[in-house]
Design a protein around this ligand. Structure first.
Ligand code: FDM
Ligand code: MG
Length: 238
């Protein structure tokens, strides 16, 4: 192998309940990175602009009804249809700050009672994030923040279930690096959280081979497993 290094961007995902502060934290992080002279873009899932995304949006706004498995697969398909563009961007050195990803997919669908392993399966092979930051907030506190909108999942009772299922993912070794972000939209914590995220964004902007890093993170996160990561672990332990 040659030692020519590609400078790649980091794939950073922010997760959490509705009203946990993901969107504002994502924008702040992108502005910060741009201010540092780095190339960074804000992405979000679901991406409602595609055909699949419009089906998802219709479902979320209660304009259509879909079987729970069907909508789960559409959310996943929405990530798959963006996979190659994400990879291209990362390889060209752009850091992607992503508002929701596979973890929303698994937490929300398993909260409806779908089998968690079934929920994880279609995520296998998607790009693994370098970092998943979970913005931890209690469902009650989230609900107090100006209330929810009218979308299908924006109900306290369901958000409580989702929080439990995020916790299942978290306990399965998904690292939570951001805690107690209740004040994320106001006061000093906001800056502290941004500093933590920014440091990690820099750390991952090291120019390692994209695939290797993703595989590594995938294995460590233990949330999503790919066939390759499994093979690697099997080889390492034999
Ligand atoms: N959601 C989001 C899912 O149920 N599965 C997914 O894979 C993703 C990405 O869609 F309630 C849910 C989470 C949320 C809803 O998301 C719409 P935004 O972030 O509010 O647009
Ligand atoms: Mg929402």
């Amino acid at each position: 192998e040659g030692n020519k290094k590609e400078s790649r961007g980091a794939l950073i995902v922010l997760e959490g309940l509705d009203r946990s502060g993901k969107s504002s934290q994502c924008s702040r992080l992108v502005s910060y990175l741009e201010g540092e002279g780095l190339s960074a873009e804000l992405w979000r899932f679901p991406d409602r602009t595609t055909n699949v995304g419009q089906m998802i949006s219709a479902y979320l706004t209660n304009a259509s009804q879909l079987d729970d498995h069907t909508i789960h697969l559409l959310f996943s398909a929405n990530r798959w249809e963006k996979r190659s563009l994400m990879e291209t961007k990362l390889k060209s050195g752009t850091t992607l700050i992503v508002d929701r990803y596979s973890y929303s997919g698994v937490a929300f669908s398993s909260a409806k009672g779908l089998d968690i392993d079934w929920c994880k399966a279609p995520e296998n092979g998607l790009l693994a994030p370098d970092l998943v930051a979970y913005l931890d907030i209690s469902p009650d506190k989230a609900a107090e923040r100006g209330g929810y909108g009218d979308e299908r999942y924006e109900k306290l009772e369901f958000q409580q279930k989702v929080a439990e299922h995020y916790k299942v993912l978290h306990d399965a070794s998904w690292k939570s690096i951001v805690h107690d972000v209740i004040d994320i939209n106001s006061g000093d914590n906001d800056d502290d959280n941004l500093a933590v995220l920014a440091e990690i964004a820099h750390k991952h902007d090291k120019g390692k081979a994209l695939e290797a890093v993703h595989e590594d993170v995938l294995g460590k996160a233990g949330v999503l497993t790919s066939a390759r990561a499994r093979r690697k672990r099997a080889a390492a332990s034999s």
